[in-house]
Design a binder for this molecule. Sequence first.
Ligand code: HEC
Ligand code: HEC
Length: 445
Amino acid sequence: METSLDAGNVSMQRTKLTSPFDAYDPPTRRSRTRPRTLRTAAPLLAVALVAQLAACDRAGDPAATAPGPDDPALAAQGPLNPAIVAEGKSIFRFDTFGDETFWTDTLRMHEVIRTAVSPTTALSVGLKVDADALPAAVKAGILDGSIDLDSPATTVALLELDAVLGVVGEVDADDRLTRVGVTCALCHSTVDNSFAPGIGSRLDGWPNRDLNVGAIVALSPTPTAAQKAVYDSWGPGMYDPRFNIDGKNIPVVIPPAFGLRHVKRELYTGDDDVSYWNAYVAITQMHGHGRFVDERIGVDVSNPPDLVSSKLDALRAYQFSLRAPRPRPGTFDAAAAKRGRAVFDGAARCASCHLGGALTDVNANRLHSPAEVGQDPAYAQRSVTKLYRTTPLRGLWNPPQLRGPYFHDGHAGTLEEVVAHYVERLGVSLTPRQRADLVEYLKTL
Ligand code: HEC
Ligand code: HEC
């Protein structure tokens, strides 16, 4: 049964606060005026605190960081403001929302990294290195072997260059890593491997399907053995953004953050809009500072001061600016893809749900019960809607970075298995040729 979404029930709260990150250097690097120590970070925190006090009408508002559902529609209209997009890019890549208090003070990841994580180890758990942040001498040293990729000190040097995607470090005068935190780019960006495997230009919005978040967190000395067992069970490209909330272990595939500008509701389960989820992840998963409350899923996390809400508009603008990659010629059979499109729209009935420009009926206010689409209900049960959103099909095939797995739990490893899912579970009847053509078409989306 398809199910209608009820109109948004999250109250609107749109005060634009002064961003303490206005000083950020938009293009690609963190501004070197950023605080290098906690001592110098004090003025920043003070600005944030003043901003929070100025917004005292937000106090006690249960949806302080959850904007109204009308916002994306408005934001999706008209051109994006380039200055705000640039600010959002900086936030996406480099803003930890103060989550060093978790990754450093609680997990002690700075100790783990500086003693045990060489670049080789970092690359092996899927971390990526931004080649454009490396000075020519460093590139040459990597190529001629004079830079030791088996030394944790090299990782610290890369962090000092802002070259490890999604990981932000503070390094003291003795080249010791003193603070470390994570950003959105950790899970939602990768590189084009133009310099070496795992080292290249940034691809923002692309999910990092090599990233083993669980293995990284399990390196910390602080989780219990039971928690580590859960983290170790996730594997590359998977993450459970609700484990620390409800204790269940049902990881999902890290999705792209591109191609969402004209998609009404986000998440596999269509819970809410982009900024709702950005605030959820920043505060409850990255452990950034702010307040996130959603009674619908029993979440109430308060970690003052608020370093998140003032950045959500810019962060959203940046995500909306990220388009899905175009398929690369040579990675699919164009003639078969053309035939496959007709199969998608016709015999296979895919377009009954994957409809419109974004290829999802969530824009027609429809979600689906797990049974209707043949998916495991367990993850949906933990969400606001308890249903699944028809995934907007984008960037399905762009190897090696994008090549599945597919569906929220990744149970289809290949596009052939996606088609087999629909044939077996939804009774779609297709000839072998139609199936093959359909797969080629999916590769072009
Ligand atoms: C530790 C990995 C991780 C980090 C860090 C992370 N995310 Fe995600 N993100 C996920 C996972 C997993 C999901 C899927 C959750 C779901 O749908 O239930 C997701 C979902 C999303 C979606 C929805 C995609 C869709 O198709 O609807 C967006 C947008 C997004 N994240 C943006 C961000 C932003 C912005 C940040 C930083 C504030 C961030 N994420 C930080 C793992 C991460
Ligand atoms: C009844 C509605 C419905 C129909 C019909 C349908 N889909 Fe889907 N599709 C969904 C939903 C809902 C999801 C999300 C399921 C999940 O993640 O567990 C999905 C997910 C997908 C995905 C995974 C995308 C990703 O990035 O993980 C692909 C690929 C896909 N569908 C292709 C197809 C094809 C091909 C057809 C036709 C054979 C089809 N769908 C028919 C509703 C539908």
